[in-house]
Design a protein around this ligand. Structure first.
Ligand SMILES: Nc1ncnc2c1ncn2[C@@H]1O[C@H](COP(=O)(O)OP(=O)(O)O)[C@@H](O)[C@H]1O
Ligand SMILES: O=C(O)[C@@H](CO)OP(=O)(O)O
Ligand SMILES: [Mg+2]
Length: 422
């Protein structure tokens, strides 16, 4: 056991390493016979790593393919595949041009061909071709509106699917009569396959009626031609598709628990489906941390209380931040002056919101240090400016793009004594 901060960073690093997609892709492909005319389409933040592993495994059986990942997430050429980077979370021109390549490839296939479709979160922004009558500009505007309104990913994607030629099962229809075999790294709580990357090769479980409710719930002001596209139904069954989930937030939590235990902490997973407002989650975690510090409940110290999930942020301010940074900044209020405890939260993809940080880590001194630096936590939260606040007190966590994407890892780490400074 080292300092709480060092141990926290170790837990983050090792548990993210355990959900890098290479091994899972290889294990799955070894079990399958996909024939020897395989076309590979990989989308999402983990697309490059998934594609590299698949190509290494299947070698010459791969006859071609397209990889579309977020800027900064490609690690170079892969023989026989076209590699593209594009905009995320808002799509851009590269999204459209590279998606067109994948669409052309899919449309040209016959029944003897197989598409190996490697799917990871981020795919909604990275894989997009709007339906007729909807422009890229429209998609950008609606995406921005959806990301800011506090809607969860299932709701956001119910809308995105209907403005798209490739989402909501429509890509699989294009590839027919070829078979589509999907390997999916899940970054949607509950592993809802039709929501991950907006399910390009999965029957859509959401309906036009759901979309109407979402528009009302968030009072979305959408132009008439967008509303028109939203009234088209998506495929409810697909007969050329098989799908496997190869990684999810549960795995990263299990791994965090094992790493914490190996460092000497009593460890438990509290939930893998944390999905409330980020700043509320921060206060709730701080309350649990205080219970540990003051009453040594629910675990004997030293201890690690681990959560997985994806909180949401209603972005109202003009600041810079992400849901993990907002969570820990909010938590800092609740553990002010507590000793022997840290609270950390990171996106396993390595980027939290539109920032270069994966998340943040706070302890009992953070609130005081912020005060001394002239930063009011409530003001920073109201302006959604968690990044600058945490940066000021050296509390950002930076990993760089990790090449995986299985939601967020959040945990409380407590010392063995009540008096030791962390
Ligand atoms: N200033 C901000 N503070 C907190 N959250 C923000 C801010 N700006 C954007 N966000 C949130 O960041 C989310 C996108 O973050 P990102 O980490 O890219 O998500 P994901 O990992 O799911 O792709 C948006 O849904 C939005 O709610
Ligand atoms: O692509 C998407 O629809 C979502 C969920 O899979 O991923 P991200 O939140 O990373 O954009
Ligand atoms: Mg997400």
């Amino acid at each position: 056991m080292k300092s709480l901060r060092e141990d926290a960073l170790r837990i983050i690093e090792d548990s993210i390493s355990s959900v890098l997609p290479e091994r899972a892709v290889e294990q799955e492909l070894r079990k399958l016979d996909l024939g020897d005319k395989i076309y590979l389409v990989a989308i999402g933040k983990a697309a490059w790593r998934m594609a590299k592993s698949a190509k290494d495994c299947l070698k010459d059986k791969v006859k071609g393919g397209v990889v579309i990942t977020k800027y900064g997430h490609s690690q170079g050429p892969i023989e026989g595949l076209k590699i593209y980077e594009a905009g995320h979370p808002i799509p851009d021109e590269n999204t459209i041009s590279s998606t067109k390549e994948a669409v052309e490839l899919a449309k040209g296939l016959s029944k003897d061909d197989t598409v190996l479709f490697l799917v990871s979160g981020g795919g909604s922004a990275l894989f997009e071709l709007p339906v007729d009558g909807v422009s890229l500009e429209d998609i950008k505007n609606v995406t921005d509106m959806l990301l800011r309104c506090g809607a969860n990913i299932v709701e956001i994607n119910a809308i995105r699917k209907r403005m798209s030629q490739v989402k909501g099962g429509r890509f699989a229809l294009m590839a027919s009569p070829a078979k589509v075999y999907s390997l999916v790294l899940s970054d949607v709580l509950g592993d809802r396959l039709d929501s991950i990357a907006s399910g390009p090769a999965y029957p859509d479980s959401t309906t036009v009626e759901d979309v109407r409710k979402i528009i009302r719930k968030y009072d979305l002001k959408l132009p008439r031609h967008i509303l028109q596209s939203l009234s088209e139904e998506t495929p409810k069954s697909l007969d050329n598709v098989e799908t496997r989930i190869i990684g999810s937030v549960s795995k990263v939590c299990e791994s965090a628990k094992n790493v914490a235990a190996s460092l000497g902490y009593n460890a438990m997973i509290l939930t893998t489906t944390l999905d409330c407002e980020a700043s509320e989650a921060g206060l709730f975690l701080a309350a649990i941390a205080r219970e540990e510090v003051e009453k040594e409940r629910p675990l004997k110290r030293p201890c690690a209380i681990i959560l997985g999930g994806e909180t949401v942020v209603h972005v109202k301010g003009t600041g810079k931040g992400g849901r993990n940074q907002e969570l820990v900044l909010s938590a800092a209020r609740g553990i002010k002056n507590c000793t022997g405890v840290v609270i950390a939260s990171v996106g396993t993809d390595g980027t939290d919101g539109p920032t270069d940080a994966a998340g943040g880590i706070v302890d009992g001194r953070t609130a005081t240090l912020l005060e001394e630096a002239g930063i009011d936590i409530d003001d920073a939260l109201n302006d959604n400016d968690s990044y600058h606040a945490l940066q000021k007190v050296n509390s950002l966590i930076r990993t760089g793009p990790t090449g995986t994407n299985v939601n967020d890892l959040i945990f409380i780490l407590c010392d063995e004594t009540k008096v030791r400074e962390n």
